[in-house]
Design a protein around this ligand. Structure first.
Ligand SMILES: *Cc1c(COP(=O)(O)O)cnc(C)c1O
Length: 419
């Protein structure tokens, strides 16, 4: 029987695409966002912060309501909302006292702010390689990087999955190190039943445009330690002119920034935060369906989830084996993209290869071989497991994978230039 050409011929080679509609990249905005923003506008208090001791030191009503929501959800004593997760990461490093000459261990496979926040404190980022199954920092690699100057470990729960926190906490306790958790991609993620962000000393969440919930720009740090919370608040809001007047605990070393979140942003974040579990629940349903569909395909390894952990699939990472699939990753991605499926080879360049790190001693190609192999050879990132997409959309993604894998013959010819 002759196969239906239009159905089987790859879009890259002139055939019909599997999907014509683009995948959505914008957040869902509901009625409550409008209501709460209007409330702020009506109040004319666009920012409640004043850099003086007293109530207003902690911001306006929306900022505080947002912080209450975080405290309740994370069962955490303190939440400090800021204008970005980058700000909150910097404040966290300042709060734990990471300073000039101190070393902070961080994975190289993360959004650059995880590492630049360390530089902002004049501390030294020390890159420890990742685990090749979950893509988060490897405890064994952390241990190998500890020196007498190590001050903290900055863990990143990458792509929406928890790092191996028990092992990391054990290493931290043994060496008296602070653990800061970068949860920008992992709100509501569980590690052995515990919410990430509450396992280390400080957890940092992002509310930027591209994250699971968003107010445009914003970040929140949570902690159970009141001294760290006060330091975070001082860094957020010009602490140097506030600390002496506070009369209680004084931290004369504090340099404050303006990391204050506006009331309108906080209002949007409140409405978004209430939707968090529903949004992540939907992501998990989509991702699990896609995993069932991709399982067993030659050369494709769907994301692994360790134990009973909860992965929220900020993105859907797939491992690609070029030898098994029979075509290069670059070509596979080109063919998948042509079918109308958004995807990319790898996530971000290993951070130590960016100029600001590369010109510092010891940062060069080859430093973290697993990260480099994932980034340059094996990982395919699909930003598809999100609302308002449906199970049907996931079927299309899986169909595109199958179609491309069925057509590696023509693809190889195309690569050789004979098509
Ligand atoms: C987005 C992100 C950040 C920075 O968040 P902003 O709110 O944009 O500053 C930090 N770390 C990771 C892992 C991120 O994904």
């Amino acid at each position: 029987m002759k196969m239906n050409q239009t159905k089987t011929e790859l879009a890259l080679l002139g055939g019909k695409k599997i999907r014509n509609k683009p995948f959505h990249t914008l957040p869902i905005i509901g009625k409550e966002e409008y209501t709460l923003v209007k409330k702020v506008l009506d109040s004319r208090l666009l920012s409640g912060f004043i850099a003086q001791p007293g109530e207003r030191f902690l911001g306006g009503p929306m900022v505080r309501r947002l912080e209450e929501l975080y405290c309740k959800y994370f069962n955490s004593n303190h939440a400090v909302a800021m204008n970005s997760a980058t700000s909150a990461l910097h404040a966290a490093l300042a709060a734990v006292g990471a300073g000039a000459g101190d070393e902070v261990i961080v994975p190289p496979y993360t959004m650059s702010a995880s590492a630049t926040a360390i530089l902002m404190q004049k501390a030294i980022p020390v890159f420890a390689d990742i685990d090749e199954d979950i893509f988060c920092i490897s405890p064994q690699q952390i241990e190998a990087k500890i020196t007498s100057r190590t001050k903290a470990i900055l863990v990143v729960h990458l792509f929406g999955q928890a790092a191996e926190m028990d092992e990391i906490k054990k290493i931290a306790r043994k060496n008296r190190l602070f653990v800061i958790e970068d949860c920008a991609q992992a709100p509501g993620v569980l590690y052995k039943g515990r919410k990430v962000g509450t396992i280390g000393e400080i957890g940092v969440f992002s509310l930027n445009q591209h994250k699971i919930i968003t107010c445009g720009e914003g970040g929140v740090a949570v902690t159970n330690n009141s001294e760290l919370a006060l330091r975070l608040q001082l860094v957020r809001n010009h602490g140097e002119v506030v600390t002496a007047k506070m009369g209680q605990k004084v931290f004369p070393d504090i340099i404050g920034c303006n990391y204050r979140l506006t009331e309108i942003d906080a209002a949007i974040a409140i409405a978004q935060f209430k939707r968090l579990d529903r949004l992540t629940g939907h992501r998990i349903r989509l991702a699990k369906h896609l995993t069932r569909k991709l399982k067993g395909l030659i050369g494709i390894t769907p994301p692994k989830v360790l134990g009973q952990n909860k992965h929220v699939y900020f993105v859907y990472p797939v491992k690609f084996n070029q030898k098994e699939a029979g075509v290069s990753r670059a070509l596979f991605i080109k063919a998948l993209t042509a079918e109308g499926i958004p995807c990319s080879g790898g996530y971000v360049r290993p951070i130590y290869l960016e100029p600001v790190f590369k010109r510092r001693p010891g940062h060069k190609k080859g430093n973290c071989p697993v990260t480099e192999r994932m980034h340059y050879k094996e990982l395919i990132i699909l930003p598809v497991s999100r609302s308002p997409h449906t199970i049907k959309d996931m079927d299309m993604v899986a169909d595109a994978f199958k179609k491309v894998l069925r057509n590696t013959g023509p693809l190889k010819k195309y690569e050789k230039g004979s098509i």
